[in-house]
Ligand binder design. Structure first.
Ligand code: NAD
Ligand code: 6OD
Length: 486
């Protein structure tokens, strides 16, 4: 494969900058190419282009034309699906099936769904009269916020970027995106798509680089950015919130998690193992919605542990292109060191290792990739590091519980509140438990079953705000009330 050179996308053109950094392939550590790193000059240019585009044809475009264009963006992503699949696999090492049938089509869908949402939002209106008899008609309109700064993680690059860019553009804003330094490729490809379907220059801009003292910090502290939407670690959210405080810019945050799964003895065990198997190990555990803490009712505890162990051991790490591969690598050596440090902490803190705990033997070039074994522990107290801290790897701790109240209390014993997955055939109990676990999203007898019209986001330290369907409008638009004296 030819070495690649990832440029910024500013005002409809691909532009380079003098500083670059290397990008390596997670599956075998091979150097893929160089990524341009934006300094203040590139970020200034991207923000200026985005501001100018708000005043140009984009700002004057009717909602019908704008949303039709976004449908074309989705169609063009689907037409070029194979390019996106290859780019994403190369950047992340994710197995082909997951990228091809999951993350890429979903990235395209993010443009269609939000285009359709914005076309169909009703406006509120009131006719009123004051005590002195003056009458008025009040109605509200939604207007774009302006230039949105979009800062993205690496774990589902196109999906998580378009999940922000789709609604931002549907609402009439322009964007400057800062993809993760680990995954520059699909954000760049999306620039080609925007040009191909005629999205005006400056509407979609991309600046590559790192966070602190680099493109991320320059973008989020830029006074020309009107609002910031961010997906990533909670401590990065803290830094971005401080940057957003200057200028009182609004933020929408999707942050870390330490999600609990609760499995009752009356569940359909096969279905639970299938669902929890995905929740714990999908994307090599690099999913914010993943389940790293499991509470299983005591009568089925041993059977559950044995079945999940079998499931973990059935996963096949390998070349992302091979049809039989079901487990990819971690994104980077740094992430592998972090996950392995938790594997060690679990050992040191006295865990019973059910399976995994190390690095698999990989053949040939794959031996240079960032692989770890899917890992399951039992026997730790709730104070253990692997129960308290987000690991973002293919691992989970399983503990038994005896009562519903105990399960709820332990599930809630965390500073995070993104999601939970509850397994029981007693639906009355399922609804009761879902209402009492302090999270933004509760799945019953399922996991990561997403309807894009539903609210998505976390409570506690897992985020601020909700996006999805009409909820995205709360962040990506300003609501203006207009009052007419009658
Ligand atoms: P990260 O916070 O390290 O990086 C995310 C992005 O922020 C990157 O583009 C990075 O360059 C940028 N960044 C870092 N420091 C910055 C700063 N000071 N100013 C501006 N930008 C900065 O997160 P990650 O490692 O890429 O992703 C993994 C994390 O993301 C996990 O904690 C995971 O839970 C979280 N996540 C949450 C959701 C969700 O929906 N809640 C979804 C996916 C990932
Ligand atoms: O499906 C989504 O809308 C979404 N935001 C998924 C997030 C996955 C996190 O890793």
């Amino acid at each position: 494969m030819e070495p690649q050179y990832f440029k910024h996308f500013i005002n409809g053109e691909f532009v380079s900058s003098s500083r670059t950094f290397p990008k390596h392939r997670p599956s075998d550590g091979a150097l893929i190419g160089q990524v341009c790193e934006a300094g203040k000059a590139e970020v200034n240019a991207a923000v200026a282009a985005a501001r100018a585009a708000m005043k140009g044809p984009w700002g004057r475009m009717s909602v019908e034309d704008r949303t039709a264009l976004l449908h074309k963006v989705a169609d063009e992503i689907n037409r070029r699906a194979e390019d996106f699949v290859l780019a994403e696999m190369n950047d992340t090492g994710q197995p082909r099936a997951m990228v091809e049938h999951g993350f890429i089509p979903r990235g395209a869908a993010n443009f269609k769904i939000f285009a359709d949402v914005i076309k169909n939002v009703p406006a509120e209106s009131f006719t009123s009269s004051s005590p002195d008899g003056r009458g008025a008609l009040n109605y509200s309109i939604r207007v774009p916020k302006g230039v949105i700064g979009v800062v993205c993680p690496w774990n589902a690059p196109l999906l998580l970027m378009t999940w922000k860019v789709g609604p931002a553009l549907a609402c009439g804003n322009t964007v400057v995106v800062k993809p993760s330094e680990e995954t520059p490729a699909t954000a760049a490809l999306l620039g080609e798509v925007m040009n191909a379907v005629g999205v005006p220059p400056g509407v979609y801009n991309v600046v590559h680089g790192f966070g602190p003292d680099s493109a991320g910090a320059f973008l989020t502290s830029h006074p020309g950015v009107d609002a910031i939407t961010f997906t990533g670690e909670t401590r990065t959210g803290t830094a971005i919130m401080k940057a957003a405080a200057d200028g009182i810019r609004s933020v929408s945050f999707e942050l870390g998690g330490k999600n609990a799964g609760v499995v009752f003895a009356d569940c359909d065990l096969d279905a639970a193992i299938e669902g929890i198997g995905r929740a714990a190990f999908m994307n090599c555990g690099q999913i914010c919605l993943g389940t790293e803490r499991l509470y299983v009712e005591r009568p089925i505890f041993d059977r559950f542990v044995t079945a999940l162990k079998k499931r973990a051991e059935s996963l096949k790490p390998g070349n992302p292109e091979d049809a039989g591969t079901t487990l990819g690598p971690l994104i980077s050596e740094e992430q592998r060191n972090k996950v392995l440090s938790y594997y060690k902490k679990a050992r040191d803190e006295g865990a019973t290792l059910v399976t995994g705990g190390g690095v698999p033997d990989m053949p040939g070039e794959l031996a240079h990739g960032h692989w770890v074994q899917p890992t399951i522990w039992t026997g730790l107290p709730e104070t253990a590091s692997v129960i308290r801290e987000e690991i973002f790897g293919p691992c989970c701790h399983i503990a038994p519980f005896d009562t519903e109240d105990e399960a709820i209390e332990r599930a809630n014993d965390t500073e995070y509140g993104l999601c939970t997955t509850i397994w029981t055939q007693n639906l009355t109990r399922a609804h009761r438990v879902a209402a009492r676990i302090d999270v933004g999203i509760a799945w019953i007898n399922s996991w990561f079953l997403r309807d894009l019209r539903t609210p998505f986001g976390g409570s506690k330290r897992s985020g601020i705000g909700r996006e999805g369907g009409v909820h995205s409008l709360e962040f990506y638009t300003e609501l203006r009330n207009i009052c007419v004296k009658l």
